[in-house]
Design a protein around this ligand. Structure first.
Ligand SMILES: NC(=O)c1ccc[n+]([C@@H]2O[C@H](COP(=O)([O-])OP(=O)(O)OC[C@H]3O[C@@H](n4cnc5c(N)ncnc54)[C@H](OP(=O)(O)O)[C@@H]3O)[C@@H](O)[C@H]2O)c1
Length: 300
């Protein structure tokens, strides 16, 4: 049993020459999609990166038309409605992008025998307990965003057998806004910052995740995977490490989530068990502290 999705006898494709493939990446201007395209091109793969200006995921017929035109051999679906708090006020739009558009893409992949990777999130879990969530654990999202991303998982699973669902957490990359960039900006003007200390998870650097996703494209094994940088911390610990690595003088004042009300409820425990990667023979990502160091070096 694989969480909500009971994957049948393992569907595995033999290692192939991905240089002869066309890989479609959605959300190519987003944090993760940008680095997936970069890594694919580094591996000399024909990568077609698409974003809102190519077609709007709110338009189901435009999605189908684009897929028929591009004729990909593999789809990496990174695009999503990622505004977690705004989703509470726009549940229909979040559902359209995260659930229905994902179903459309998966239906095309299923009908054409194409492999698909769907990027999902730790927010499908309710954050109870302290143990890392395994892929066998049953999701129970707390927010509209989490519900709609889980809807994408279920829709993709129903439509496409050659499917890898990759749940990640706390993403940071060069191309877009994220917690690291926000902390660096605030540290320029604020001597002290209140940061939540009772949500625990793993930061994930898009460059490391992109490398894993490209390994998965080279040797796909159907299933659900959890993928994040090694280790875990609170947002407050993460902020302290960002300031330590950049020699910023800002002090972190750890506060509970209850002192920092947000529209969407976040899971307290976002730890993800990574053992599924070992089982399928994929290489884990480095520790989040090392990933942060590389990210900061690249930003310079
Ligand atoms: N960020 C995180 O901390 C985090 C954590 C766990 C999982 N994830 C998942 O990881 C994946 C990548 O996240 P990310 O941080 O790279 O996201 P991101 O930076 O917000 O990028 C999302 C991309 O999707 C595009 N998009 C949104 N709505 C669209 C629409 N209607 N039509 C076409 N494109 C649309 C966005 O374009 P616009 O800029 O034009 O809107 C953007 O390029 C997502 O599936 C997300 O759910 C993210």
């Amino acid at each position: 049993m694989n969480g909500v999705c009971d994957f049948p006898a393992q569907i595995v494709s033999p290692e192939r020459n991905i240089k002869s493939m066309t890989v479609l990446v959605t959300g190519a201007q987003g944090q993760l999609g940008f680095d997936v395209c970069k890594e694919l091109r580094r591996r000399s793969v024909n990568c077609v990166g698409v974003d809102r200006e190519d077609f709007d995921l709110a338009d189901s017929s435009a999605i189908r038309q684009a897929l028929r035109t591009i004729k990909p051999d593999f789809v990496v679906h990174c695009a999503a409605y990622t505004a977690v708090d705004r989703a509470e006020d726009e549940p229909q739009i979040a559902k359209q992008i995260n659930t229905i558009a994902t179903q459309e893409i998966a239906a095309h992949c299923g009908e054409n025998n194409i492999w698909m990777i769907y990027i999902s999130t730790d927010y499908v879990f309710d954050g109870g307990g302290n143990a890392p969530w395994t892929v066998e654990d049953i999701p129970n999202p707390l927010s509209v965003y989490g519900v709609t991303k889980l809807g994408g998982e279920l829709g993709a699973y129903a439509a496409c057998k050659k499917l890898m669902i990759v749940r990640t957490s706390w993403v940071f990359g060069q191309n877009g806004s994220n917690f690291v960039k926000t902390m660096l900006r605030l540290s320029k003007s604020r001597p002290t910052l209140n940061v939540v200390c009772d949500q625990i998870g793993a930061p994930t650097y898009t460059v490391d995740l992109a490398r894993l996703l490209c390994d998965m494209i080279e040797k796909p094994v159907a299933g659900i995977y959890h993928a994040a940088n090694e280790g875990a911390c609170s947002w407050a610990d993460f902020a302290k490490e960002i300031f330590a690595q950049t020699n910023a003088q800002t002090l972190v004042n750890p506060i509970p989530s209850s002192a920092y009300p947000q529209k969407a409820v976040r899971p307290k425990n976002s730890r993800l068990s990574l053992v599924g990667l070992d089982r399928a023979g994929y290489q884990r990502l480095p520790h989040w502290r090392d990933a942060l160091r590389l990210f900061l070096r690249e930003m310079e």
